[in-house]
Design a protein around this ligand. Sequence first.
Ligand SMILES: Cc1cc2nc3c(=O)[nH]c(=O)nc-3n(C[C@H](O)[C@H](O)[C@H](O)COP(=O)(O)OP(=O)(O)OC[C@H]3O[C@@H](n4cnc5c(N)ncnc54)[C@H](O)[C@@H]3O)c2cc1C
Length: 298
Amino acid sequence: MARTPHVVVCVKQVPDTTEIRIDPKTGTLQRAGIPSVLNPYDVPALEEALRLKDRFGVRVTAITMGPPQAKEALQRCVAYGADEAVLLTDRIMAGADTLATTYALWRALVKLDAEHPIDLVICGKQTIDGDTGQVGPGIAHRLGFQQLTYVIRLREIDFDRRTIEVERVTETAREVLRSRLPAVLTVVKEINKPRYASLPNLIRATRYEPIVWNGQNTDLDPNLCGLKGSPTIVSKTFAPPPRDHQCEMIAAADLDQVANRVVDAVLDHPVIRRLREAPAVAGVAREAAPAAVRGSGG
Ligand SMILES: Cc1cc2nc3c(=O)[nH]c(=O)nc-3n(C[C@H](O)[C@H](O)[C@H](O)COP(=O)(O)OP(=O)(O)OC[C@H]3O[C@@H](n4cnc5c(N)ncnc54)[C@H](O)[C@@H]3O)c2cc1C
């Protein structure tokens, strides 16, 4: 291939999950001043791109749409070994849902493709905050690229013949898919074991300034960005009520006694009691329960 193949990795900076705060007015996540991390699902996505760099010398670009402080997530990518990084940031993109996010990323990828033709886009399976899993397929659709999701192994890739073969996981099976480049992959965490950042790359990352693009130089329509371009309305946000877990330690001389106490506790549980009172099951429940617990070595 005359030109260097180009692999782009989409990454997102996400709040460190122990510090989630929601803006009560807009219903969107408060990001300023909250410790943030590189989305854990995006680290193996980047690693897969770096392995293609090791094998084929591809060019690796990391891109993120986010607030100015998302620059740190891109510097992390450079520390791992990315060649370039693009920060797509503009107030018009704030509060974007997945439709508006894929629109903005699509425009930026079109601009990047014009500069260095893109052969492969790699995304994580999901983020740990929005975790819709919609961005990868949304980008593929808008770019008109093939999409291969939940990829657990990149079996073969041929940049000259424009072919790719992957193994993907479904709920019940593994599938082997063969497709054409350019393509968008979404990868699961188990696809690889990410490398550690090397010292030279760590030093490079501390001084690295990402390329910064905004709504203007990516030709974005403000009506399709951010809250304005988001059909998803967050009507209410609230923390789910804490569950009251009760725990009782059962001390008894022998297992049979423990089993009996467990059976009694199960049969006495409000849900089971309501079930047992239901005419249909009353007879059955009384017979079956003790045997079931013993059977399971409980
Ligand atoms: C708690 C919460 C709930 C939300 N619920 C919804 C909802 O129901 N519907 C909705 O449309 N939006 C929702 N959003 C907004 C949504 O998070 C944003 O649109 C976000 O930018 C993309 O969606 P995601 O986080 O679900 O990404 P996912 O689709 O889960 O991300 C998959 C992959 O896409 C790439 N990616 C994702 N975001 C970016 C980015 N900003 N820059 C570069 N690459 C990226 C990464 O590779 C990532 O691994 C929610 C946000 C929060 C915080």
